[in-house]
Design a protein around this ligand. Structure first.
Ligand SMILES: [Zn+2]
Length: 59
């Protein structure tokens, strides 16, 4: 199983892909970091993977 993550380009905080999938757009959780992280920043392959994986986990 693969874990999709996004790394904040500003502070390096790693955010899980499934969190991004549910939030769509979120402020970086890093301390004093105002970077906006978006699900759309992930590659198409990663978005597809996260969507399928998240759907499976909710059932
Ligand atoms: Zn950040």
């Amino acid at each position: 199983m693969r874990i999709v993550t996004e790394t904040c380009p500003n502070c390096g905080t790693i955010v899980a892909g499934n969190v991004l999938a549910s939030e769509r757009v979120m402020n970086c959780p890093g301390l004093d970091c105002e970077q906006v992280l978006s699900f759309e920043d992930l590659s198409p392959e990663d978005r597809q993977y996260v969507r399928e994986h998240a759907a499976r986990e909710r059932t």
